[in-house]
Design a protein around this ligand. Structure first.
Ligand SMILES: Cc1cc2nc3c(=O)[nH]c(=O)nc-3n(C[C@H](O)[C@H](O)[C@H](O)COP(=O)(O)OP(=O)(O)OC[C@H]3O[C@@H](n4cnc5c(N)ncnc54)[C@H](O)[C@@H]3O)c2cc1C
Length: 427
């Protein structure tokens, strides 16, 4: 007999076989937000993740901070996740510069109104907020963590996930939110296209003597973009405060290991050389992290009773800080489609709904993935004619206010066929 969802279920106490409306593999930013959003609209969910949440909340787990676009912030607010995000820093300006060139492009949020272009949020802070929102919806979310999905059966009426510990989860729909190396994508045989970049993203949090003034810097160097992203000041117990920024330093793959192994003082000197001194004296505020970079795109987003979302469907270059923002658009679209189906009494995974998701999300994701790929290719080199052409381009766009405004709206994620939850509308 099927077990029903029980609010107090944990990985240890959950039954061997459980039945829910939707089973989500992956409880990262995308899977977690999906679980919360569906549960808040009456859908019973199982969320499975192979990582223990306590481990994922540790400072040393992932040192990234995310540029959360305005449309993503609206979604998180609608799902009651954003009010739980305790530390954020608004991005009020973005300044794009190219090596030593005097030409630059400056986006100012005030050109569009009062709202910032987005917010910087540290990984740990966003995860803490998500965990709290998941707990608040525990009546409809069974959280199975740590547990690993290893099998998928797609039947006519339901799909079944097999977990490594022997448990089974039956659901009307299964969602892959299990990241770039998606097990569900592989199990369903959906091919992947893409390539590796010969680049690594070095990530670190730095302290600095001068304030960042809410400016996100994208400084293009021959090895790749060097991003300095504003974080909220950190306050010590003695009342002192420290200015901070998050770095995403894209470096050639063959050179990155050498930089990562440098003694702290030399590592900071390399950073300072790239920053150009405008932040004053620098310090390192935690471990260094590295991420190999690549572009990948699933050739289909849906299969029988299965939907791919987030990085399981599309992994892009972090040059514009849009990866998880695309994932949040998948989340908002999918919640809308599932909730509409539920209200109409339809099968949650009815083929027309799945086809709508595929049409809605693939084109948008492909456009952003291609734009990021082209930007990276255009700027990550020191070929003189290309450098001159792109610098002229930067300076022209900087003077064309309508074009600048359109590009800013793209960065804010407020352009295109937005799901209702991103337009500030209730479902
Ligand atoms: C250097 C860098 C900087 C970035 N900066 C930004 C930024 O500023 N803004 C932005 O929007 N994006 C940014 N991104 C992209 C962003 O990190 C990703 O798009 C985002 O993490 C994808 O979220 P996700 O939930 O889809 O996948 P993931 O974060 O990969 O989560 C997948 C989850 O699935 C779980 N899982 C995997 N396999 C299984 C299994 N078999 N069973 C159970 N659980 C499983 C994992 O444990 C994990 O918790 C950046 C990326 C990089 C590399």
């Amino acid at each position: 007999m099927d077990a029903t969802v029980n609010p107090s279920k944990s990985a240890d106490s959950a039954p061997q076989r459980l039945t829910v409306d939707v089973a989500i593999s992956g409880g990262g930013f995308v899977g977690g937000a999906l679980a919360v959003g569906l549960a808040r609209h009456g859908v019973r969910v199982a969320m499975i993740d192979r990582v223990d949440p306590a481990v994922a909340l540790d400072r040393g787990f992932d040192g990234r901070a995310f540029a959360v676009a305005l449309s993503s912030q609206r979604l998180l607010a609608a799902l009651d996740i954003w009010p739980r995000v305790k530390i954020t820093e608004p991005i009020r300006h973005i300044r794009v510069s190219d090596g030593d060139s005097l030409f630059f492009l400056h986006y100012d949020h005030a050109d569009l109104g009062d709202e910032p272009l987005g917010y910087m949020v540290e990984n740990r802070v966003l995860r803490t907020a998500l965990a709290s929102a998941i707990t608040a919806e525990s009546e409809r979310i069974v959280r199975l963590t740590p547990a690993t999905v290893i099998g998928l059966t797609q039947g006519p009426d339901r799909a079944t996930l097999a977990l490594a510990d022997g448990r089974m989860v039956d659901a009307s729909m299964v969602i892959a939110a299990d990241g770039r190396t998606s097990t569900l994508r592989e199990l369903s045989g959906i091919p992947l296209v893409g390539w590796k970049y010969d680049q690594v993203g070095i990530v670190a949090t730095i302290g600095h003597a001068r304030p960042h003034d809410g400016i996100a810097h994208e400084h293009f160097l021959p090895a790749g973009p060097f991003a300095i992203l504003p974080l909220a000041d950190e306050y010590g117990a003695d009342g002192t405060s420290q200015h901070r920024s998050s770095l995403v330093w894209t470096e050639r793959a063959d050179a990155a290991a050498g930089y990562l192994a440098l003694p702290e003082k030399t590592f900071l000197a390399e950073i300072d050389r790239r920053v150009g001194g405008f932040l004053g004296e620098l310090s390192l505020m935690g471990p260094r992290f590295s991420h190999p970079l690549g572009l990948q795109f699933a050739s289909r987003y849906v299969d029988r009773r299965l939907v791919l979302t987030g990085d399981a469907a599309h992994g892009i270059h972090p040059i514009a800080g849009q990866g998880v923002n695309l994932g949040y658009r998948d989340v908002a679209a999918l919640i809308e489609i599932i909730v509409d189906a539920k209200r109409l009494g339809l099968d949650l995974a009815h083929p027309a709904g799945l086809a709508r998701y595929e049409r809605w999300r693939r084109a948008d994701n492909l456009l952003m993935a291609t734009a990021c790929d082209l930007l990276n290719r255009l700027f990550s080199n020191d070929v003189a004619p290309i450098r001159i052409a792109r610098d002229i381009g930067l300076s022209i766009v900087n003077r064309l206010r309508p074009v600048k405004k359109l590009l800013m709206r793209h960065a804010m994620g407020t352009v295109g066929d937005l799901p209702r939850l991103m337009r500030g509308e209730a479902l």
